[in-house]
Design a protein around this ligand. Sequence first.
Ligand SMILES: Nc1ncnc2c1ncn2[C@@H]1O[C@H](COP(=O)(O)OP(=O)(O)OP(=O)(O)O)[C@@H](O)[C@H]1O
Ligand SMILES: [Mg+2]
Length: 402
Amino acid sequence: MAAKISVMVVDDIRATRDNIRKLIEFHPEMSFAGEAGSAEEAIAKAGELQPDVILMDINMPGMDGIEATNVIAGENPGAIVIIMSVQGEQEYLRKAMVAGAKDYLTKPFTGDELVNAIRQVHANEQRRRKVINFGPKAAEPGKIITVFSTKGGVGKTTIAANLAVAIQQKTGERVGIVDADLQFGDIALFLNIMPRVTIAELVRESEGLDDKVLEGYLTAYGEGVRVLAAPLRPEQAEMVSAASIAAILKVMRAQFRYVIVDTTPSFSEQMLTVLDMSDLVLLVAALDLPTVKNVKLCMEILESLEYPQEKVRLVLNRAHSEGGMDIREAEECLRRKFAATLPSDGKTVVSSVNRGIPFVVSHPDTPVAQKVFALADTIADGGGLKQPEVHGVVGRLRRMFG
Ligand SMILES: Nc1ncnc2c1ncn2[C@@H]1O[C@H](COP(=O)(O)OP(=O)(O)OP(=O)(O)O)[C@@H](O)[C@H]1O
Ligand SMILES: [Mg+2]
């Protein structure tokens, strides 16, 4: 039988501690490690008892549960803290998650809710620690291919998910996906995978980030694709700094022959770091005036960052959709030709999203899938892919825009 999950309870109210102790002792999978009536006592006992899971009340006289979580997370990186709070403490909850809590329970909670939360965070932690052997490392650093646009809803995620799967199918190589749409990333939804851990948990990793650590945070899609999913909650996005993204991409490219990055339509520091580290930027456009205008602006900014021309490729999505501009008009306006043109095919694309199966898998013979396969071929051939120079882009942009 697997070892029991040991649980410690921190709450200034004795009756609450007693109730929770009874629930834990009643459960065959769990054992009661001990209790503390204050944050200070919790810090001392966490080191002494080394419980698997700590249930921590937020509001306590003296030091509060958030500060205690912060100290415990720093002193005992293996400890898993679940915060307990009453309703209406949303701001506290956010701070608790930033301090290192892994989950939270709103009081009053049922025995089932308590047990499920403990089970879930414990399973996540076990998974994180387990080193998945994912074959040999790539012989040379992989290519980072970023799907970007300054316009929302143009099909970045659709292209990123399908392109990753298409490249994997075409080359048989290991492909990694980083969902850098940190607030509302939905790569996992497009691939119908259920990440238990995400980039938000990865950046909390206090030990050095290396390939073994990284692997515990990846979610598998099929044999050859691994996804570093976006945080499960939007408020966790701010925990992922530009510096941590840079460190993550560095390790990803050492592990995967191809790394596909999905993005948000902004020039945030995080996105600029992604763009800077990319070998290839697929800039997604559509045939409507606002998108063409924004993509033109985006190209101007990328040009001013002195990226080599071949680093940025224009991809037209939803070509020939009703009421759209003429392709040639758009190319003239953008003063660049589209490197790839994906037709509009709502029936295939939307049904594939709703079923969580990329259309390159569910409808490989459709024109839209064929176009993605062709793009995958070009990328796999290394067409125009060169190691990027490092430009220190954030600093330069700051100088440009004050
Ligand atoms: N070629 C296409 N034909 C028809 N519909 C498409 C096509 N490409 C994308 N779509 C649809 O457009 C919508 C937006 O696509 P997607 O989510 O990929 O865009 P996005 O650029 O990632 O958006 P966001 O900026 O919100 O992340 C989705 O409903 C998708 O199914
Ligand atoms: Mg998207």
